[in-house]
Design a binder for this molecule. Sequence first.
Ligand SMILES: [Mg+2]
Ligand SMILES: [Zn+2]
Length: 180
Amino acid sequence: MLVILDRDGVINAYEEGQYVCSLAEWQPIPGSIEAIARLSRAGYRVAVATNQSGIARGYFSRAMVDGIHEHLQGLVQEQGGRIDYFAVCPHHPDEQCSCRKPETGLLREIQQHFGLSSLSGSWMLGDSRSDLEAALAASVKPVLVATGGGQATRASLDSEPLEGVELTDNLASFVETLLG
Ligand SMILES: [Mg+2]
Ligand SMILES: [Zn+2]
């Protein structure tokens, strides 16, 4: 069982159009670290799939992003869990890469990492429409949180619906519902 998490707006606080340019700007959403650790301790594999075009834009380096992920991993490990894989798209939208969500490259990278024949049965939590679209295109169950840009995304679903999107308040409430 695999749960894929968008990072900004799901694990850490985020406002649409902003960039997390330093470790100091990376602030976990209350309950998110514990929720990841709980998933992991329950036997779920946890992966992160994150667009970080700020690398291509020159706002920050890949090493800075890796440093944030090491920090995040340390916080989860303190709670007895782990994140099993980080998939990062470093590209600019203009590069039209195959990994930047809503493309499915990051999800396929995760699938390949775990040697899975299919991603069906896996979940993807995101706060952006692009997360949901990537999930749907890869046969992953899309879950929309209300944190980060999630409320704006939810409003957009009223005018432009997406099929089969589950709604949850935040990462912690998703895990609570999943594990009971
Ligand atoms: Mg996001
Ligand atoms: Zn990319």
